[in-house]
Design a protein around this ligand. Structure first.
Ligand SMILES: Cc1cc2nc3c(=O)[nH]c(=O)nc-3n(C[C@H](O)[C@H](O)[C@H](O)COP(=O)(O)OP(=O)(O)OC[C@H]3O[C@@H](n4cnc5c(N)ncnc54)[C@H](O)[C@@H]3O)c2cc1C
Length: 413
């Protein structure tokens, strides 16, 4: 008989980190169950490298069970219902009761322009593993022309990804001496708007130095896949040879039906504790919405970016909070809103954006100059993330010994 059951929904970034950290903090007579519909995990940040043939699918994937402590029970099922009144979740053939619930179900991706394969053969996305493989194969055989990287709608996860993708693709194709034009279209007024105008300009400078064209305030109205033409709300139209979409992001249906969401259908949480409006129900990562003080339009507050770095740090944070609650210890910790991002720029260089996203009157985010060490930091993180659970500690120690300076970057700043 267990003293309490902690149920974690979603075995992606937030779910894996919560399961492993809670397991370290709680004695074995507390049961931890992780529910995930896929047996295989892949690291999304590495799709960018896969797309330009710097990784194979097996180099960036692992069976989920290898990444999670053996003392966590993994249930490979799709969650169909979350009942926060009677404290259980429904799977296809059973219900599981909980005392504490952590929801880290991420965002579902919708690829409207990919629905008709016969018309959409030149439409791609690197936002999932299969899409990245198809895009890689297309880019390897590309003979030159116009590439459009298009943000379909807001919000989307990893706000740096379209810019990184454009730079990596440009670099990859130019090395083959192909004549290419890379264009980025987005409904946003600037890159990474939440980070403010200075950082946005730094990213614009970076992409334009690589002859990449940037079209802000371009909201897509239709994609003509036969004539390969994009038509935007502002009546501008552009031709493409390859279209790469950042898909629409949607809340998983099971969450929409759970009465946990707000009018925009994401889960609002207390930004300091990650608690939802239901007792002992926490939500973290991409599924949440956390308004931040805006910069140019106070009537339209911006939200904490959907990014793995936040899903990860929120997971560590709530493990502490939940363990303290369960064990009757006092915890004065609050989630601080610090975040960072290594922005891949091609040529094995990356920029480093970091700061306090909860700062007032607006997030305080800065960017360090391009360097090899930021790129190396991302590579080391990838290796650590995909290492089997039992080896993670020794791999981290080894990395700290060999590349300590690099790994301490985010911690020291
Ligand atoms: C190309 C790309 C590059 C990126 N690069 C970076 C980066 O450099 N830095 C960074 O910080 N972030 C990056 N991100 C974003 C990062 O991957 C996400 O923000 C992060 O994964 C969010 O974690 P999460 O736990 O909220 O959701 P996820 O990691 O998406 O996990 C959600 C899990 O829930 C499961 N699930 C969903 N519905 C159900 C259900 N009904 N039943 C059972 N299981 C279900 C899914 O299968 C999934 O495994 C990138 C994303 C992409 C696509």
């Amino acid at each position: 008989m267990y003293k309490a059951t902690i149920l974690i929904l979603g075995g992606g970034v937030g779910g894996i980190v919560t399961a492993n950290n809670l397991r370290k903090k709680l004695p074995k007579d507390y049961k931890i169950i992780l529910i995930e519909k896929n047996k295989e995990h892949s690291l999304a940040a590495s799709y960018l490298w896969l797309m330009v043939d710097k990784r194979t699918p097996s180099q960036i994937s692992s069976p989920l069970k290898k990444l999670v402590s053996n003392d966590v029970e993994i249930v490979y099922e799709e969650v169909q219902k979350i009942n926060t009144e009677e404290k259980f979740v429904t799977l296809p053939n059973s219900n599981i009761k909980y005392d504490y619930l952590v929801i880290s179900l991420g965002a579902d991706l919708e690829y409207p322009t990919l629905q008709d394969e016969s018309k959409g053969t030149d439409v791609f996305s690197f936002y999932n593993l299969d899409g990245s493989i198809k895009l890689r194969d297309k880019l390897k055989n590309f003979r030159g022309g116009k590439i459009a990287v298009m943000v379909s709608s807001l919000p989307y996860k990893c706000p740096g990804a379209p810019f990184e993708a454009a730079m990596l693709i440009s670099d990859f194709l130019k090395k083959k001496s192909l004549n290419v034009e890379v264009n980025i279209f987005t409904p946003e007024p600037q890159p990474l708007p939440v980070a403010g105008p200075q950082l946005g300009q730094a990213v614009i400078d970076l992409i334009t130095s690589k002859q990449i064209n940037f079209y802000p305030l371009h909201k897509i109205s239709s994609v003509d896949t036969i004539n390969k033409k994009l038509l935007f709300d502002n009546n501008n139209s552009y031709n493409f040879d390859i279209l790469i979409t950042i898909p629409n992001h949607k809340t998983p249906k099971v969450v929409v039906e759970s009465r946990l969401t707000n009018e925009a259908s994401w889960i609002p949480v207390n930004r300091n504790t990650m608690e939802t409006k239901f007792e002992n129900v926490f939500a973290i990562g991409d599924i949440t919405t956390i308004p931040l003080p805006g910069r140019w339009n106070p009537d339209k507050p911006m939200n904490l970016p959907k990014a793995g770095v936040f899903a990860h740090s929120q997971a560590i944070f709530i493990s502490e909070i939940i363990a303290a609650k369960i064990l009757g210890k006092e915890s004065k910790e609050i989630f601080c809103g610090d975040g960072f991002c290594m922005l891949e720029a091609g040529e094995e260089l990356a920029g480093f954006a970091y700061g306090d996203f909860y700062a007032s009157p607006h997030p305080d985010v800065k960017m360090k100059q391009l360097g090899k060490s930021w790129h190396l930091g991302k590579v080391l993180f990838e290796k650590w993330w995909l290492a089997p659970f039992g080896l993670k500690k020794s791999i981290l120690k080894m990395m700290l010994r060999s590349g300590g300076k690099i790994l301490r970057i985010p911690i020291d700043m």
